[in-house]
Each structure stands twice: as structure tokens, then as C-alpha cells.
Design a protein around this ligand. Structure first.
Ligand SMILES: [Ca+2]
Ligand SMILES: [Ca+2]
Ligand SMILES: [Ca+2]
Length: 383
């Protein structure tokens, strides 16, 4: 081990030790995520049990009769070519039984016809006694796909719990016929690409609803500075074409990779309305494409390293940095000193968010290295 190198890297690491709080943040997020899983055992409740309610009769305490339903979506629109009508619900109330809970759906009214528009042979959902209460569930009613355009039909369903004395709840469903043109929109409010991408094109994703059997197309205009538009070939109008059967498509726009440094530019893409055809999806009619420039390296945020004891003589390290959209930063490691050879350790892919990597290793043989300038992204995000 080279003592000079060790002391230098130690100094560097100690300077960045305050970043340990970031590591703590990662741990907190992770524990929050696991907490949000549908775990029904509430800590504390078991420790201080409340006395069971005094009942006049020797019945099962806290049985199914007191359970009620809450609708998570009292109204719902669903296309006929979806596999199911999902009737979402949550079971509320205290239950100490061990039997599964049966939730039942009943068609009450509407212009739709049971057995013709949807299947009600088994309109029940069994919810497990443990873990099933308090979290969202759904009862799937299979839809029946036909070749007739029935327009939009309505169906009101009543949901109830077998054995419960609480009032049932009612859900209103609108069944949209998939033989009608639906809506079209960009999948994301923003996309990104580096003009020097090895793919050679920017990729924009669109999707449509309802009639995906027939071909359809939509035009969109591109707005931005002349130099930004030139990177996309200079066109200000383009067409996105859906082939029969396609519900989503990737429009590829060839990139013109110039040699000037222009900095990061943006282009706004906006769908144009279609007479009698696809409708524009509200909120998804336009998107922003960020064009990063391979002649303009992003301002490098410093790479931060913090370390912590893992135990057994192992040291863990947490690395974090910020990478601009359209760029990526390689982290390399060498266990033979600064002379290398260097090997790829971690790839930060620019998406305007802080990326964090962590691992544990023997600190006497490994160190991190960041390569600048960043390299262009080969992908368009979101994928
Ligand atoms: Ca139909
Ligand atoms: Ca270039
Ligand atoms: Ca350029």
C-alpha cells in the first residue's frame, strides 16, 4: 500500500464527510418505501391492546358485520378492449375474524347489458382477512369485446360485503367503445437527447387510446430557436403515424451533429388537432425535447464521497453527483494506483436528479475516479 496515496485520499474523504447526511437520506427513503407496503400490523396496537368491546350476545367480536366499503374511484371510464372493468374499493373497519372477506358486485342500472358488454359470472372478490383491510383492492369484471360500435354505455354497480350490515356503495362506469377514435398524446412532458448521441436520432414516444385496430396519424409542430431546429433537420412540422394494432409508437427524428458549441437548447413539440379523428389527450398535447450539445460539456458538479464502517474491517462508500440532462458521467476505479488500468465502476446517467451509488470494498485497494468531459447519452429518456 502506498502511504502517500492513502493519506491524500483520506484527506479528500474527510473533507466530504458531512455528506453522510445524504446517505442517511437514502436510508430514510428506503425505509419509507418499505413502510408503504400494505403491512397491516400497526406497531403499538399489539403492545397496548384495548379491552374487547362488551357485547350483549356471545357473538364473534369485531366480525364482518361492521365492515364497510369505500370507493377509491366512484366513477370510472374504461375502454371495451381492456380486459377488465376494475371496480376499486377499500375495506374499512375493525375485523378480528380469520375467514376471507367476500366483496360482491351487482349490476344495478345503465345502458350496458350484463352478459353482452361484460361478464358477471363471478362478480366476487375474496379479500384475505390478514393484510386485505385498509388497502386498495379491486374486483375485476371481464369486458366482452365485440365488433359492433355501441358508442358509450353506462353501468352502475353496487358493491357490498357478504355478511355486513353496512350500506352497499355504488360505482358508475362509462364503457367506451374501442371502435371509436380515442385520444393521442405524448407519453412524457419532456424528452432529452444529446446531439452527439451514437444512435443518431431523438426518440419521442406517443400513445393513443380506444381504436388501436386501425391506422391513424397526427401532425405535430416543432418550435424553438433556428439553431435548435437545425439539430433536428430544420423541419417545423412532422407526422406521427400509428400502424394497425399499435397503441404506442416511437417517432425517430434524425440528429444533425454540428461542430459548434451551442449549449443546451429546448424544442417544444405540440400536437395539432384533427378534424373528426383522434382527440388530443388533455395535458399531453405538448412536450419539451431537451437537446444537449456534445461541444458544450456540462458544468461538472463535484463528485462527493463519504465513507462509513460496514464492519469486519470493510469500509463502505457513498458516491453522489449531479449530471445534467443528456449527459452521462463515468466513474472508474483502479486498484493499481493512478497509473491504471481504470475500469468502469458506475455510470451516472443525466436526468437532472442526484444519482447515488454505494458499495462496500476494501479501501486500501480501490478508489474512484470521474472522467470529464461527460459522454453523450445513447438513449432517449424516458424509455
Ligand atoms: Ca363494441
Ligand atoms: Ca456536435
Ligand atoms: Ca453543437
Amino acid at each position: 500500500m502506498n502511504p502517500k496515496r492513502t493519506s491524500r485520499s483520506r484527506l479528500f474523504i474527510e473533507r466530504l464527510l458531512p455528506l453522510r447526511t445524504l446517505w442517511a437520506a437514502v436510508v430514510v427513503v428506503a425505509s419509507l418505501l418499505s413502510f408503504s407496503l400494505p403491512a397491516q400490523t400497526i406497531p403499538g396496537r399489539d403492545v397496548t391492546p384495548e379491552p374487547p368491546p362488551v357485547l350483549p350476545l356471545q357473538g364473534e367480536p369485531a366480525g364482518v358485520e361492521g365492515l364497510s366499503l369505500k370507493l377509491d374511484y366512484p366513477t370510472l371510464e374504461i375502454a371495451e378492449d381492456r380486459a377488465y372493468i376494475p371496480l376499486f374499493f377499500t375495506i374499512l373497519g375493525d375485523y378480528r375474524g380469520t375467514n376471507d372477506i367476500t366483496v360482491r358486485a351487482r349490476f344495478v342500472s345503465g345502458t350496458a347489458t350484463p352478459g353482452q358488454d361484460f361478464d358477471t359470472n363471478q362478480p366476487v372478490r375474496l379479500v384475505p382477512a390478514v393484510g386485505g383491510l385498509g388497502s386498495m383492492n379491486w374486483l375485476p369484471l371481464p369486458t366482452i369485446l365485440d365488433e359492433i360500435n355501441e358508442g358509450t354505455e353506462t353501468a352502475v354497480f353496487e358493491l357490498s360485503i357478504d355478511g355486513s350490515t353496512k350500506a352497499p356503495v355504488r360505482m358508475e362506469v362509462r364503457l367506451l367503445d374501442d371502435l371509436n377514435p380515442g385520444e393521442v398524446g405524448f407519453v412524457s412532458p419532456r424528452f432529452q437527447i444529446n446531439e452527439g448521441s451514437t444512435n443518431g436520432y431523438a426518440q419521442i414516444r406517443l400513445w393513443r387510446t380506444l381504436n388501436t385496430r386501425d391506422a391513424a396519424s397526427v401532425n405535430f409542430r416543432l418550435e424553438g430557436s433556428a439553431s435548435a431546429l437545425a439539430v433536428l433537420g430544420g423541419q417545423t412540422n412532422r407526422t406521427a403515424a400509428f400502424a394497425p394494432g399499435q397503441s404506442q409508437i416511437f417517432v425517430q427524428i434524425p440528429l444533425v451533429n454540428n461542430t459548434e458549441a451551442q449549449g443546451t437548447q429546448t424544442i417544444t413539440l405540440t400536437l395539432e388537432s384533427i378534424e373528426g379523428g383522434l382527440k388530443l389527450m388533455k395535458g399531453y398535447e405538448s412536450t419539451v425535447l431537451t437537446l444537449a450539445d456534445d461541444e458544450t460539456p456540462s458544468a461538472g458538479e463535484p463528485l462527493s464521497i463519504s465513507r462509513y464502517d460496514v464492519g469486519d474491517g470493510k469500509i463502505g462508500a457513498m458516491l453522489s453527483t449531479q449530471v445534467a440532462r443528456g449527459y452521462q458521467v463515468r466513474l472508474e476505479s483502479s486498484d493499481t494506483g493512478a497509473e491504471g488500468p481504470w475500469q468502469l465502476y458506475w455510470l451516472f446517467e443525466g436526468s437532472d436528479v442526484e444519482r447515488v451509488a454505494f458499495d462496500s470494498f476494501d479501501s486500501s485497494v480501490m478508489r474512484m475516479y470521474r472522467i470529464l468531459p461527460p459522454e453523450p447519452l445513447d438513449y432517449t429518456y424516458p424509455w
